[in-house]
Design a protein around this ligand. Structure first.
Ligand code: ZN
Length: 385
């Protein structure tokens, strides 16, 4: 497997950090010690740790924090009740590298539209823009009208956020747009959408891939032909049952090992499905590229940048004594929306849903035939590159 070229750095990282309590924890739960890991086949015996495992660890913050050697600078909470700890400013999330590659620079005035409270996304890009010397406008989640107004009044040059929100802001701006570039994560942008926005608004759009736990995983270069995997990671692509390494161009789950001495996340199962390619990129960077995210391994979905997990949805249905089917759809503008079908009426269900999942339902339909909880993703554009 071509990815193995990079495995030697994992071995030396494990040896160097062998006493880190989180590495010890990961090995112990797999019945292993650092000395047992001599090659990639041994490494594969380390159990994959997923979002559900992190949610379970988050139930007892004292024992969770004992798995780390230093106190965190910040504690965030991601959907699903997961605590995300920031131990190592700039080096842990590393999105400054993505902004540099995306031609963001010291003269840019950056509109950061990711949330600044609870979840880490706002912070990830705040520190990234700060490190490259850009000026940040900490916008967070506001209306697209307010955001457009700020772009005009500050003469902002760069945007960070999701595709859905960028489109709304650009529509509001029309010919008043001063944004020259945008960096998007959490929602896929298709090539036709990118081209359309570039032609209409004269804006260059880069996209990347990352998670609340790992920070930057992969990002596009100037040729925008797949996303280069960051070199501080070791990434595996496994079959959904985790028994096999998938081949180049095949769909597999992205399993990430973050080589950070303060937050050594070993074999983290993102639950995201992607494909890798080995062909050389025109930019001559040697890192392996991935071709976007094509869905999830479980029936969890990501809507407007927010995760909705099946286990979380089950808990929601059980708490409200209902069976429910959650449908994720997209309109012709590729805006996502949610329809919830439930077998019986629940008072204030729109508000209750928003409180738990942080996204709104477009409609709730009573359907007595619903017997089992289900999440169905009908978004066709996710299947496109
Ligand atoms: Zn490249």
């Amino acid at each position: 497997m071509a990815l193995l070229k990079q495995f030697s750095k994992v071995l030396s990282f494990l040896k160097k950090n062998r006493n880190h309590p989180f590495i010890q924890y990961q090995l112990k739960r797999s019945g292993l010690s650092v000395d047992d890991i001599k090659d990639y086949e041994d490494f594969k015996k380390i159990k994959i740790i997923g979002r559900k495992d992190l949610a379970d660890l988050s139930k007892d913050i004292d024992s969770y924090l004992k798995l780390f050697e230093v106190c965190p600078h910040k504690i965030f909470e991601s959907p699903g009740g997961i605590f995300n700890f920031l131990f190592d400013k700039y080096c842990q999330y590393r999105f400054y590298k993505a902004l540099e590659i995306s031609s963001f620079g010291a003269c840019d005035v950056v509109i950061n539209t990711f949330a600044y409270h609870l979840t880490p996304a706002g912070e990830m890009f705040e520190e990234a823009a700060e490190k490259i010397g850009a000026t940040v406008i900490p916008v967070g989640p506001v209306s697209s009208e307010k955001c457009a107004d700020l772009v005009v009044r500050t003469k902002a040059t760069a945007f960070i956020g999701t595709k859905t929100f960028l489109k709304k802001v650009l529509e509001n701006l029309g010919d008043r747009n001063s944004l020259l570039k945008a960096y998007l994560i959490a929602e896929k942008i298709t090539e036709e959408e990118r081209k359309e926005l570039a032609e209409k608004y004269n804006i260059e759009i880069y996209q990347g891939y990352g998670t609340a736990e790992v920070g930057l995983i992969a990002t596009e270069c100037e040729y925008k032909d797949g996303m280069h995997i960051d070199d501080e990671l070791f990434v595996e692509f496994l079959s959904v049952d985790h028994t096999e390494n998938v081949k180049e161009g095949e769909l597999g789950e992205v399993i990430v090992t973050l080589l950070n001495e303060k937050f050594p996340l070993i074999r983290y199962g993102t639950g995201d499905l992607s494909k890798y390619i080995l062909s050389e990129c025109k930019c001559e960077r040697e890192s392996i590229r991935i071709l976007g995210i094509f869905g999830r391994t479980d029936s969890s979905v990501k809507v407007k940048g927010v995760f909705i997990h099946k286990w979380q949805f089950d808990e929601f249905c059980s708490a409200n004594s209902i069976a429910g089917r959650l449908e994720v759809n997209s309109d012709e503008e590729k805006f996502d929306y949610l329809i919830l079908r439930v077998n019986s009426n629940v008072k204030d269900i729109h508000k209750k849903f928003k409180d738990v999942f942080k996204v709104s339902l477009k409609d709730v339909i009573i359907d007595e035939k619903i017997k089992e909880n289900e999440i169905i993703d009908n978004r066709e554009y996710l299947k496109k590159r």
